[in-house]
Design a protein around this ligand. Structure first.
Ligand SMILES: *Cc1c(COP(=O)(O)O)cnc(C)c1O
Length: 369
């Protein structure tokens, strides 16, 4: 699905030297590399504050902690996504309210968001799934009307841009009161271990977040609130500094692979290629097809026999997961339930050669002919 080794070999000498430099200076935690990465990412995103932390799940948890919510307050997120969002909502004893996604973009359906708001709703976490932004114009409008905090889960879409109807363009993760991301190795901006970050333009929140990631300390050994220990280390930061300079190229390479796939599958009546939203660019964290003839699982098997990896992101709705099970009316989740049966993600990374793309698309088309 990914080829991190080939990508590493292309930047090996730079990255090796940078890591050796960290080893030689022995500033492993909170060293200058972390500070530099933080400020370079602030510049890239055009956001006032980046607060690095240990991983993308922590980033979501810390962002929610900064909102001072009360037990039982409701947080709305999507039913069709990775479990991290709903996991942290549960950990903090908040109530997760799951809503359906849009069939074409895989992101939160804003009409369903509107319908799910109650007097207890305090926050909404749209997930920019597979590489493009949720409909932030609508979501921000609804959130403003109902005084909801918006935390964007940007773990899969870093580098994508949303264009508002007035022409304003913003980077994903910088539109809500906070945005979060993950630097897990396979993410579009991935390090060589775990890492994450929270973004905000709000000075007060930034201050609070910097305390929460560091045991609730604003002054050393004075703990003003319950925090966590969540740090990005210097070795990861130095890798990320190098890879940030290449992020736009990496995203371009993903898009080129997606264009190849799109073209190859155009015209096959049982394959729906990913729709590109009009108001968002797409950075293709995943390239996800919808298979309409009911043979998605057989296709995955057929590809496996030809050594083409293909994954089902995601096979189970969050509302039906054992840990997060909730009574629900399936009629409210028609798109999610359809996608669970139809989606299949093909190999997507920065190192796909035309020969590989041809092999993959030929195999898919052989099965789907
Ligand atoms: C990867 C991911 C996360 C979690 O990031 P980790 O760094 O693995 O904790 C959260 N949300 C989404 C949508 C993700 O894809």
């Amino acid at each position: 699905m990914v080829d991190l080794q080939s990508q590493y070999y292309k930047i090996k000498s730079d990255v090796d030297n940078a890591i050796l430099n960290v080893l030689n200076t022995a500033a492993f935690i909170n060293g200058p590399e972390v500070k530099s990465f933080q400020s370079e990412l602030e510049t890239y995103l055009d956001v006032k504050h980046v607060i690095p932390c240990a991983n993308g799940t922590d980033a979501l948890q810390i962002a929610l902690m900064a909102l001072n919510l009360q037990e039982g307050d409701e947080v709305i997120t999507a039913d069709f996504t990775f479990a991290a969002t709903v996991e942290v909502i549960h950990l903090l004893k908040l109530k997760a309210v799951l809503v359906d996604v849009d069939y074409d973009t895989f992101t939160m359906d804003s009409e369903k968001l509107k319908a799910a708001i109650t007097s207890k709703t305090k926050a909404v976490i749209p997930v920019h799934l597979f590489g493009q932004c949720s409909n932030m114009e609508e979501i921000l409008k609804i959130a403003k009307e109902h005084h909801l905090a918006v935390i964007e889960d940007n773990a899969q879409a870093i580098g994508s841009e949303f264009t508002f109807s007035d022409g304003t363009v913003k980077k994903s993760g910088t539109m809500g009161i906070m945005g979060t991301t993950s630097f897990f190795p396979s993410k579009n901006l991935g390090c060589y271990g775990d890492g994450g970050a929270i973004f905000t333009n709000d000075d007060e929140l930034a201050h609070k977040l910097r305390g929460i990631v560091n045991h609730g300390m604003y002054e050393r050994y004075y703990h003003d609130e319950v925090g966590v220990n969540s740090r990005l280390d210097s070795i990861q930061a130095t890798v990320l500094r190098k890879k940030l300079t290449l992020l736009d190229n990496y995203n371009e390479a993903r898009k080129k692979a997606a264009d190849y796939y799109d073209e190859a599958f155009a015209g096959n009546e049982n394959i729906l290629t990913p729709k590109r939203a009009e108001n968002s660019t797409h950075v293709f964290h995943q390239y996800t097809l919808r298979i309409l003839n009911g043979k998605r699982n057989e296709l995955q098997q057929f590809l496996a026999e030809r050594e083409v990896p293909a994954m089902i992101y995601y096979p189970v709705a969050l509302r039906k997961q054992k840990a997060y099970f909730q009574e629900s009316n399936d009629a409210d989740f028609v798109n999610t339930d359809q996608l669970l049966e139809q989606v299949i993600s093909l190999p997507m990374h920065t190192e796909l050669e035309e020969e590989q793309l041809k092999y993959i698309t030929d195999a898919v088309l052989e099965f789907m002919k």
